[in-house]
Write a protein that binds this ligand. Structure first.
Ligand SMILES: Nc1ncnc2c1ncn2[C@@H]1O[C@H](COP(=O)(O)OP(=O)(O)OP(=O)(O)O)[C@@H](O)[C@H]1O
Length: 304
């Protein structure tokens, strides 16, 4: 079995003059869950649509579970489960009717498994789909994405539009039913509060590039906020990995990717400072909207 379930190399996509993905590379090992994070319009759906063979890239290569989406789109559909952010299903059908309708399209469709999910997710089997709640709709989408036993599951902002509790419940189901079964999961999101509990790895997509990919644990241990006085900050130059600087009267808070060396340097210089742990939400914010212009002009070089 291949060790890497999803491999993207130098993927490039433009719409007219809009460069949406600029030579993006990404790998997801088999059995892992990766959360693709990005602001609205960052290119998450575009990347996912290319991975599914629904959109042609302008350059680069992709491999999903051994398939090239630009060549083996039909085989790929059989191996990959997909839940779109705005999944529209035939509203006049019932969940059971929809399952029967889909069965012939998937050789590996497992109706008992589908029935099992419908029951576990408390989806009314004989109620018209248009009468289901948003949460039930998302879970029905997940059921349909899983019933053909795919090795890889791609979820495009699956929890969009769900309330906080429904999102938590959805994530719990995701963990129980996908991760426990050893599936490889790629899901996109801009709702970060629950990503941490679900994802092994996060990749931040911004400005057409993956600007950071690492485990959530590593990210939280390497990216820190440091609080300094204006006197303290004036003794040092901006370090490598600086993502954000904010000034509040006499105090500066700086967010640094790879903060350990800088902290060591401050300690050596005897500069008073406080190190603050960040949530994934705050880290994401520093990466995508962080600004560093507020760092004061004077300072001595920081060797990091
Ligand atoms: N078919 C298309 N034609 C032209 N431009 C497009 C097309 N599809 C997407 N875009 C543009 O590509 C960019 C990325 O869009 P995309 O939907 O991939 O972002 P996203 O990260 O999924 O956003 P969101 O979180 O809002 O769903 C946007 O600027 C969008 O307007």
């Amino acid at each position: 079995m291949l060790e890497t379930a999803i491999k993207i190399q130098q993927l490039h996509k433009t719409f007219g003059k809009n460069v949406v993905l600029e030579n993006v590379s990404l790998e997801i090992p088999r059995g892992e869950t990766l959360a693709l994070l990005g602001r609205n319009g960052a290119g998450k759906t575009t990347m996912i649509r290319m991975l599914l063979g629904l959109l042609k890239p302008d350059g680069g290569s992709m491999e999903i579970d051994g398939c090239d989406p630009t060549r083996d789109a039909i085989e790929l559909r059989r191996r990959v489960g997909y839940l779109a952010e705005d999944q529209t299903m035939y509203g006049w059908m019932t969940p059971v009717e929809l399952c029967h309708f889909l069965t012939p399209f998937y050789p590996a469709w497992h109706q008992e498994l589908a029935d099992d999910y419908l029951e576990r997710f408390h989806i009314p089997r004989h109620q018209r789909i248009e009468q289901l709640s948003k949460g039930q709709n998302v879970k029905l989408g997940l059921t349909l994405a899983l019933a053909h036993q795919p090795n890889v599951v791609i979820l495009d902002d699956p929890a969009l539009g769900l309330d906080t509790i429904a999102r938590k419940e959805f994530n719990r189901d995701l963990i129980e039913h996908l991760q426990a079964a050893g599936r490889t999961v790629l899901f996109s999101s801009h709702l970060l509060d629950e990503v941490e509990a679900v994802a092994d790895t996060v990749a931040i997509l911004d400005g057409g590039r993956i600007i950071r990919q690492s485990s959530t644990e590593t990210l939280r241990s390497e990216v820190k906020r440091i609080v300094l006085t204006s006197d303290g900050i004036s003794q040092v130059l901006p370090p490598q990995g600086l993502r954000d600087v904010q000034r509040f009267e006499d105090q500066f808070t700086v967010t640094i990717d790879g903060a350990a060396d800088f902290v060591e340097h401050l300690t050596e210089l005897g500069v008073d400072h406080e190190v603050v742990d960040l949530s994934l939400d705050e880290i994401f914010e520093a990466f995508v909207i962080g600004r560093t212009q507020a760092w004061p002009q004077s300072g001595t070089p920081v060797v990091v």
